[in-house]
Design a protein. Sequence first.
Length: 123
Amino acid sequence: MNAGNRAFVLVAAATYNAFWGAIAVLAPRRLARFLGFDGCGETIGWRATGVMVLAYAPAYVWAARHPEAARPIVATAIFGKSLGAAGWLAGWLTGRFRTRTALLTLLNDAIWLPGLASVYRAR
């Protein structure tokens, strides 16, 4: 993966995280309903997650500008996205999450893993 593609992946991730994080903080109930979590009356968890997601946005921008030093940030992102996907899968397998909630892990985790893995492997 060339430097331009690496930067594109990281800037796209930053943009997505800023957008998703802001929605989770500002409109947690709407986000939960959109993602299929109808009975989710608690907003604190969605807001806390939104803050964590927002925190990655400037880190991704920094990583795009400093690719030679970005591996720890990208490795942390891969770890977090892997945990998110595994957590959703565990919730689905145990019946806590309905299949329609898969959009959450698809948008936040699964679609980003291949690009981040390519960024991580690139030298």
